[in-house]
Structure formats: structure tokens, C-alpha cells
Design a protein around this ligand. Structure first.
Ligand code: NAD
Length: 296
């Protein structure tokens, strides 16, 4: 069993750390929120007074933080985890962050004599709790081989997406497509309503035709056709509009850096920005259909 440091015990990090504990790993944890930290200590983790304490004798350090700046601030500098961890430590950053920061972090980890992978997730809090997350992993073959058995404790599908930063690249490309396809699906159902076409009929036809996509068949934005979708529970998240906006912004920023045209990704980011601005940050991202129908 490994000695694992874990930093960032929010909605995702806490259940992930609990699954490591359940599998018998020794987990030392830190969160800047004492309440969040105490909740995981109560399940058997060793609490740390400082973020650098998670590095003490650690073989693996996992981070699950809000954004790139948070990751940079805990990893780098004289008081950062790269400087404090025992040489040869494996860093697994599961946060969703920008590709360029992820690549810079991997290179600074290597300079300090460590291995690092970026391993953003899909599957949400439900997947984190059940240990069924999908991890999209960027890093060397050696780093991936060491990370895989640890990630398998917290997830079901572990995919090596290529070199450093490619996990984040996979995540934002996927979520940009998801944001675009959700808006397209919402527009189709809103138009159908105006044209007098029943939502269930459109679903029955389009889910077996060329317009078929996950946003429709697994996460339909109108109540009825897919009983498990958030549309059936007043768009309770799920995956919030705020999170979709975060990922779309990361995609648009990454595209601008490399000069890749993403006109639909940009439009999706703008629409979600308006939706969030209307007070819908915590609403499920499929709830954007209400705004597109002029209801909000
Ligand atoms: P969260 O806000 O619930 O948790 C983040 C935690 O990090 C908080 O407890 C906060 O106190 C802690 N933190 C922030 N800065 C810190 C620091 N410097 N040192 C120590 N702790 C610090 O967020 P979350 O929902 O758990 O998401 C974490 C990451 O996972 C994000 O990058 C998010 O985009 C990604 N993600 C979330 C979901 C989801 O459904 N929640 C799904 C996929 C990916």
C-alpha cells in the first residue's frame, strides 16, 4: 500500500480520498478549509497543518483543486510541493486546468526529480463517490504506468491520452463538443415545440437518425424522453452551467494560444456566460434550454 498525500478535499477530492482509504492506502490530507479536511480525517485520513506536510515521506501526491493558479501556487516555489516531496515522488493532478499550466507543471516536476501526470476526470461527484470516474491522463509512459494502479482505485476507465498536458487537452476538447451539442439539442427541441412537433416524437426520430448525440440520448434537455436526465428534476445539477462555462473558457483560451479556429466553441462559451450571468451558475448545464426558449 502506498503513502499518499492528497490536497483539495472538495466535492470531488473528498470522495476520491475516501476510496483510497477504503483500499487500504495511508492518506495524509490537506485542504485550506478546515471543515473539508476534518470530514475526511473522520474517515481515517491523517490531517496536515500545512499544505507542504502532505509531502512528508509521500510516494504519491494527488491534487484536486479548482484551477491552474491554485495548482501552481501549491506546487512551485521554495515552499511548494515539488521542493518538499521526496525525490522520485509521483504527482497526479486531477484538477481541470489549462493545458499550458499542466505542461509547465510536468516540466517543473521533472526538474525537481519527480514524475507527474495530468489526470482530469469525467463522471462528477457520483463517479467520484462510486469509484467509477474516467481519467484522461497525460504524461510519459513511465509516469502513466505508476499512476494507473492508483487511478484504478478511484476510477473505472483510465485512458493514456499522450504526453504531458494531453489529459487536459482531451478533457476540454470533449467538453467543448458537449457544450456545443447540448446547445444544438436544446435549439432543436425548442424549435420542435414552436412547430407543434411533440418532444417524444422528435426524440424517437432523431435518436435513431443523423442528429443523434449523447446530449439527446443520455441527457435529454426536455422532461420525458430520458427519465434520468436533469430536465426531469427541474434541472438540478448534474454538471453545473458554471462548470461548463469554465471548461468552455479553457477550450477557447487553449484554441487562441495555438491559433485553432473554434467559432462554435466561442459561441457556446458566450451563451453559457449569459446563462450564468442570469443567476444560473448552479443550474444543470442542460437548463440552458430555458434561456434559449426565452423563459429566463
Ligand atoms: P470544490 O470547489 O468543491 O473543491 C476544491 C477544494 O480545493 C476546496 O475544498 C478548497 O477549499 C480547496 N482548495 C482551494 N485552494 C486550495 C489550496 N491552495 N490548498 C488547499 N486546498 C485548496 O471543487 P470540485 O467540484 O471538487 O472540483 C475540483 C476540480 O475537479 C476542479 O478543477 C473541477 O473543474 C474538476 N471537476 C469537477 C467536477 C464536479 O462535478 N464537481 C467534475 C469534473 C471535474
Amino acid at each position: 500500500m502506498a503513502k499518499i498525500g492528497f490536497i483539495g478535499l472538495g466535492n470531488m477530492g473528498a470522495p476520491m480520498a475516501r476510496n483510497l482509504l477504503k483500499a487500504g492506502h495511508a492518506v495524509q490530507v490537506y485542504d485550506m478549509s478546515p471543515t473539508a479536511q476534518r470530514a475526511v480525517e473522520a474517515d481515517g485520513a491523517t490531517g496536515c497543518a500545512l499544505h507542504t506536510d502532505v509531502a512528508r515521506d509521500a510516494e504519491v501526491i494527488i491534487s484536486m483543486l479548482p484551477a491552474g493558479d491554485h495548482v501552481r501556487s501549491v506546487m512551485t516555489g521554495e515552499d511548494g510541493l515539488f521542493a518538499k516531496a521526496p525525490r522520485g515522488c509521483l504527482f497526479i493532478d486531477c484538477s481541470t486546468i489549462d493545458v499550458s499550466t499542466a505542461r509547465d507543471m510536468e516540466s517543473q516536476a521533472a526538474e525537481a526529480g519527480h514524475l507527474m501526470v495530468d489526470a482530469p476526470v469525467s463522471g462528477g461527484v457520483g463517479g467520484a463517490t462510486a469509484g467509477t470516474l474516467t481519467f484522461m491522463v497525460g504524461g510519459s509512459d513511465q509516469a502513466f504506468a505508476r499512476a494507473q494502479p492508483i487511478l484504478e482505485v478511484m476510477g473505472k476507465t483510465i485512458v493514456h491520452a499522450g504526453g504531458p498536458g494531453n489529459g487536459q487537452a482531451a478533457k476540454i476538447c470533449n467538453n467543448m463538443l458537449l457544450g456545443i451539442s447540448m446547445i444544438g439539442t436544446c435549439e432543436a427541441f425548442a424549435l420542435a415545440e414552436e412547430l407543434g412537433l411533440d418532444a417524444q416524437r422528435l426524440f424517437d426520430i432523431a435518436s435513431k437518425s443523423s442528429g443523434q448525440c449523447w446530449s439527446m440520448t443520455s441527457y435529454c434537455p426536455v422532461p420525458g424522453p430520458v427519465p434520468t436526465s436533469p430536465a426531469n428534476r427541474d434541472y438540478q445539477a448534474g454538471f453545473t452551467a458554471q462548470m461548463m462555462l469554465k471548461d468552455l473558457k479553457l477550450a477557447v483560451e487553449a484554441a487562441a494560444r495555438v491559433g485553432a479556429p473554434v467559432p462554435l466553441g466561442s459561441a457556446a462559451a458566450q451563451l453559457y456566460s449569459v446563462f450564468v450571468g442570469l443567476g444560473s451558475a448552479g443550474v444543470d448545464f442542460s437548463g440552458i434550454i430555458r434561456m434559449l426558449k426565452g423563459e429566463k
